[in-house]
Design a protein around this ligand. Structure first.
Ligand SMILES: [Zn+2]
Length: 143
């Protein structure tokens, strides 16, 4: 289960509308209790990949480090990442899967069709390493 306050859920979807037709991406800080993740804060990240910003995303290592530092300051952890899929379904791509390494974290994808956010899905990265990792669709609870 991924628990997201309404205003943050709206904000991450709006981010994808703002950057359309390019992808947006960001980091989610919050609290993790086994597979129950609660989002407390969003950190927008610049899309560092300029070659094809419409179908790939990447968060710069410096941004990840800054996010961890910010989280530690507030007693929060990185609980996941979000990005948008302009004119593509809210399903993970082979690139998304290959670049996912944060086990126990949520990977949230919002489909943005013609500039409007439609479906938002969350996938929990399960497993212990590259050999057994998997994305599992998880329910999103908006509070
Ligand atoms: Zn993607």
């Amino acid at each position: 289960m991924l628990t997201v306050p309404q205003h943050l859920y709206d904000a991450l979807r709006a981010h994808g509308e703002e950057t359309y037709p390019h992808e947006c991406c960001g980091i989610m800080l919050g609290k993790a209790n086994s597979e129950n993740l609660t989002v407390h804060q969003l950190l927008r990240a610049g899309n560092t990949r300029t070659d094809s910003a419409h179908n790939r995303y990447q968060i710069a290592p410096q941004e990840l480090i800054a996010a961890q530092r910010e989280g530690r300051r507030q007693g929060l952890d990185i609980v996941g990442f979000y990005h948008s899929h302009p004119d593509h379904p809210a399903q993970w791509s082979p690139t998304d899967f290959a670049e996912a390494h944060w086990f126990g974290c949520a990977y949230v994808i919002t489909a943005v069709e013609k500039g409007r956010a439609t479906l938002t899905n969350s996938f929990l990265l399960t497993g212990t390493g590259e050999d057994d990792k998997a994305f599992t669709l998880q329910p999103i609870e908006i509070v």
